[in-house]
Ligand binder design. Structure first.
Ligand code: UT7
Length: 311
């Protein structure tokens, strides 16, 4: 059976750390409020010169190296981002040039925080159709650029970073097993960023939609894959808010330790949050080769979805 298997994974976050205590100095907020309402303790912020493709580059290089490949082996580069280097060319074009790829198909995906799992789904289809052998899927964001640093309800939440995987054509039972992707444009007003302006969010509304959409998509993807939840070693959800993650665990009737979170370190890195979380969970041995894992995300659009894979 031909599958699209994750053969390499990488991540990169900029070194500059902004803690809740740093934010207390510029906003009417407190470490206590941010910690209890979101679970976030600190986030990474890019330097002024750093663009999404700059953050993506080390993550992609690591993923390609771990896959035992070189950039010349990459047939397609997909970058999920809401904070692209430019409107066009795509961040994927900049990234593939920086990587020294051999003129791959390259394009960006705009699906906000669901972008990475949308990208995995597209990469999976390319491989299953026989079109490509190796697809690089990246989530890379510099949300610090679109944050209104005077708005305490959003400034404390987001951070910058990048994560990447290589999807490769493989024979066997390991790889992406199912995907359930959805969108509903009628909810666009709960989370959006007009061109050239700053991000706006209706937090409470987004909160409720997030839990429900990830629960529904997770169940649908499990059903499609024919895998019982008990078989899943780890759920890796989009890192938006620890209360959302815990509520999802409760709805899925999973112990909290089976639902990964590293939001305390990075905040919400939008499309980069799942590959960064997957990278750290793997390094921390929360799952291993051959384990079933479930990825689920939601974001502006609204967009949402889930992917089940055998790692
Ligand atoms: O990737 C998807 C991205 N978005 C999300 O996932 C967001 C989902 N929503 C959330 O995570 C939460 O709704 C927030 C963390 C954004 C807000 O938490 P909340 O518990 O829903 O708070 P709230 O918006 O209902 O605000 C409660 C109070 C308000 O004050 P009043 O009206 O009760 O006096 C806010 O003005 O907290 C106030 N507040 C703050 N106080 C201190 C809002 N932001 C802050 C802040 N520091 N940073």
């Amino acid at each position: 059976m031909i599958r699209a298997k994750i053969t390499g994974i990488g991540m990169h976050v900029p070194p500059r750390v902004i803690t809740n205590h740093d934010l207390e100095k510029i906003l009417d907020t407190s470490d206590e409020w941010i910690t209890t309402r979101t679970g976030i303790k600190e986030r990474r912020i890019a330097e002024e010169w750093e663009k999404a493709s700059d953050l993506a580059l080390p993550a992609a290089e690591e993923a390609i190296k771990n896959a035992g490949l070189t950039s010349k082996d990459i047939d397609a580069v997909i970058v999920a981002t809401s904070t692209p280097d430019m409107t066009f060319p795509s961040t994927a074009c900049f990234l593939s040039d920086k990587l020294g790829c051999s003129k791959p198909m390259a394009f960006d995906i705009s699906a906000a925080c669901s972008g990475f799992i949308y990208g995995l789904t597209v990469g999976n289809s390319f491989i299953l159709s026989g079109q490509f052998k190796n697809v690089l899927v990246v989530g890379a964001e510099v949300f610090s650029r679109i944050i209104d640093w005077n708005d305490r309800s959003t400034a404390v939440i987001f951070g910058d970073g990048a994560g990447a995987v290589v999807l490769s054509k493989a024979d066997g039972d390991r790889g992406i097993l199912s995907a359930a992707m959805k969108s509903d444009g009628s909810h666009w007003g709960s989370l959006y960023c007009p061109v050239g302006e700053k991000l706006r969010m209706r937090g409470r509304e987004t909160f409720k939609l997030a839990i429900k959409s990830m629960e529904t998509a997770s169940k649908k993807a499990l059903n499609k894959a024919g895998i019982d939840l008990e078989k899943i070693s780890l759920v890796i959800p989009h890192q938006a808010n620890i209360r959302i993650i815990n509520a999802l665990a409760e709805r899925l009737e999973l112990p909290e330790e089976k639902v990964f979170s590293n939001i305390h370190k990075y905040g919400n890195t939008s499309a980069a949050s799942i590959p960064i979380a997957m990278y750290e969970a793997y390094k921390e041995k929360k799952f291993k080769e051959g384990d079933y894992i479930l990825l689920t995300a939601f974001g502006g659009g609204l967009t949402w979805g889930a992917v089940v894979l055998k790692f």
